[in-house]
Design a protein around this ligand. Sequence first.
Ligand SMILES: *Cc1c(COP(=O)(O)O)cnc(C)c1O
Length: 455
Amino acid sequence: MSHSRHPDNKALTRRDLAVLWHPCTQMKDHESLPMIPIARGEGVWLYDFDGRRYLDAISSWWVNLFGHCNPHINQRLREQLETLEHVILAGFTHEAVVELSEKLVALTPPGLKRCFYADNGSSAIEVALKMSFHYWHNRGQTGKTRFISLSNSYHGETLGALSVGNVELYKDTYGPLLLDVITVPGPDCYHREAGESCRDYSARMFAHMETALEKHAEETCAVVVEPLVQCAGGMRMYDAVYLEMLREACDRHGVHLIADEIAVGFGRSGTLFACEQAGITPDFMCLSKGLTGGYLPLSVCLTTDDIYAAFYDDYARLTAFLHSHSYTGNALACRAALATLELFEASDVIGANRTLAAHMAGAAARLADHPHVGEVRQTGMILAMEMSPDGTRNTAYPWQERRGLRVYRHALENEVLLRPLGNVIYLMPPYVITPEEIDHCLAVAARGIDLATCD
Ligand SMILES: *Cc1c(COP(=O)(O)O)cnc(C)c1O
């Protein structure tokens, strides 16, 4: 079969639907929902085959930081491509992975000294869970076999990562396959009382964690959380005081703390890492998504000297962490990550983001009074608007109405890629977005919310 040299949207869609099965998608939706084949990307823009363009306001599932086809990252990748594409990371090493590890150790909270690589976020979570369990095992504490996580949390899709997550939509079907995790009501400030501050609510909700730790510390390896923003759970936010209290309590109870910064890392929260806002160092920090600027799959689990030391012994004692993935520490992916970090070094990205974030806040402020918006909330470069039938935080549109999907369709017709999470419309844009482009995204989002809530 021969294919046209210049495909159009329709032709490529037809071929796609014949052979692909897309992620996180009810494929039958595509009987009515157009699929959008992308021909090329540049900066915040994606261009299809029919000459239309879309502003990538969600950074292609939160991975892109400095725009599509970024010239600097492209150049560094070209150089790497001519030198080394990949090499086994057991027994061998290479420049990019060493340099990247040095930089990550320097940039992450003090005390995180060791980098263990994998190739996607879920796998980094699996590494953290296994390492924590194995640490206690090597220390003779074999009774520690469980994990504590928060309601509404999300940590990925592999069975271990899915177990510690708590978004029913993704998890419920697989219940019989999953680990028996202790789920604690979390600090999600959407549920605070009227007049209560997010800080007070987060501190108050910590009582549930304290109770769980008192009851289960003996059998618990680690608590795993998404610092400050529960992204897949609808961009729900909480105050840093919760993380401060959690760090103290984990130490007091002899339980590890795993910080899943896969989504919030690399500046999304307003600081390079969200943990900085609480002044804490977790025992494990998982990074992925923005790590390579949105170019290539790579993840890392950083940990401390104390954890590392528990595995370091003569081979015959069988204390080593015998975990690996074929593409661990891939040289191209590490090079993309280094190029991304170079862009952070080249200018004050975090400072510039503060200006952009303030602009987003200003442009979205009027939506807080919308009759069908329950809340407009923001943490750094993440801005979310939650639709609600009566404009309060007390009611929610039934998921079956799929009102977010209406916003999605409206946005596509107006050159913006939004991908609402249920009733939550959000912007998590690449950092190269301009104030005018933010205004456009928010105007489209506002009109989309009007249309999605008019009946
Ligand atoms: C996306 C995400 C993951 C999973 O990462 P994948 O690369 O999709 O496996 C884990 N935790 C958080 C907080 C995420 O946002």
